[in-house]
Design a protein. Structure first.
Length: 61
């Protein structure tokens, strides 16, 4: 598994800043495969799409 913000292995290094940033930002990397995702941010939330694993979605409304 990989960090969905920086793309580095989740078990290596300190991802405290990544976790803090993810409270306000959508993911940028697919956690299972480390691919860079296509991200769309809207007023109601965000959608992130991995070409291998499909879409993730977070609607704040």
């Amino acid at each position: 598994m990989y960090c969905d913000r920086c793309g580095e292995p989740a078990t290596e290094g300190d991802h405290t800043t990544c976790a803090a940033a993810r409270e306000m930002e959508p993911p940028r990397y697919c956690a299972p495969c480390r691919r860079r995702m296509t991200v769309q941010v809207t007023p109601s939330g965000w959608t992130a799409h991995c070409s291998e694993h499909g879409a993730l979605q977070n609607d704040s409304a």
